[in-house]
Design a protein around this ligand. Structure first.
Ligand SMILES: CC(C)(COP(=O)(O)OP(=O)(O)OC[C@H]1O[C@@H](n2cnc3c(N)ncnc32)[C@H](O)[C@@H]1OP(=O)(O)O)[C@@H](O)C(=O)NCCC(=O)NCCS
Length: 243
């Protein structure tokens, strides 16, 4: 490879690395999207807060563990103990960004109070999103590690709203795609991402990457925002050549 080409590749790598570093260091990625801090629909009234993995309180860690077990154990079956351990470690990483969903249990009082913010902490947590800015096949992506809502607030449009917000955060930080992993046994989540939100099975998903030895119980889904990300993460299988 000639020197000029090599320098160009290194420059591109550095730009991408800087992009991820900058995005990861933002204290509150929700701040450009103030109108998304509240969701009021279908008898649900919640607000959203940002958080970081290395700043979780022990009660928050306990809550996350409980909700993960409640929502996900059934989909992992006998793999759950190993998965639970991995998720416990991932949860507290400094790279982990969170959106916490808090229910406005003080309803009207909150609306009318000029000191609304001061009662924020009293409101009950009802779910969260864990996401990271990272690299996938050299493409800068926002990876959704978890989106978990308590059962009583599911099916009310909040998941779609949160994923719209995630798209805005990804675009604002110039990520090429959103990537996430779903257990194939989690049929509702598969429908949610693929039919409702237009995600596709990525070419890096086990089912696409290695058809012959496919045994994985999960798919990697993606939504791409530019042609480079599309060409890498949504590579179209080549037609077999006819002799
Ligand atoms: C998956 C999840 C984030 C979706 O959020 P949500 O707020 O329930 O979904 P929305 O109300 O925005 O969208 C509902 C659609 O998602 C799907 N869906 C997924 N889970 C659902 C649930 N528990 N109840 C109702 N619909 C659900 C349906 O296809 C539904 O389509 P419809 O509106 O045409 O009926 C949420 O249900 C959840 O936290 N589930 C448990 C944890 C989980 O599976 N997380 C995903 C792991 S990859």
């Amino acid at each position: 490879m000639d020197l000029k080409k090599r320098r160009k590749i290194l420059e591109k790598k550095k730009t991408i690395h800087d992009l991820i570093k900058r995005a990861s260091s933002i204290v509150d990625p929700l701040s450009p999207f103030d109108s998304f801090r509240r969701y009021r629909k279908n008898d649900l009234s919640v607000y959203l807060e940002s958080g970081r993995g290395d700043r979780l309180s022990s009660s928050m860690k306990q809550y996350i563990r409980k909700l993960l077990k409640m929502n996900m154990e059934v989909f992992y079956g006998s793999d759950w103990p190993i998965q639970a351990k991995a998720k416990r470690q991932e949860m507290s990483s400094a790279d982990a960004h969170y959106i916490f969903v808090r229910e406005l249990s003080y309803g009207k009082a909150y609306e009318t109070s000029t000191r609304g913010i001061s009662i924020k902490g009293c409101n009950q947590i009802a779910g969260f999103v864990h996401y990271r800015f990272t690299l996938e096949e050299e493409i800068p992506v926002l990876y959704v590690y978890e989106i978990q809502l308590e059962s009583r607030i599911q099916g009310k449009g909040l998941g779609e709203f949160l994923m719209q917000l995630i798209e805005l955060i990804a675009s604002k930080n110039r990520m090429g795609a959103i990537v996430l992993t779903v257990q194939t046994s989690n049929a509702l989540a598969m429908t949610f991402y693929m039919s409702k939100l237009g995600y596709r099975i990525s070419s890096i998903s086990p089912s696409k990457a290695n058809l012959l030895t496919f045994s994985a119980k999960y798919e990697i889904l993606c939504k791409t925002f530019d042609s480079e990300a599309k060409s890498v993460l949504e590579k179209i299988d080549e037609e077999p050549t006819k002799d």
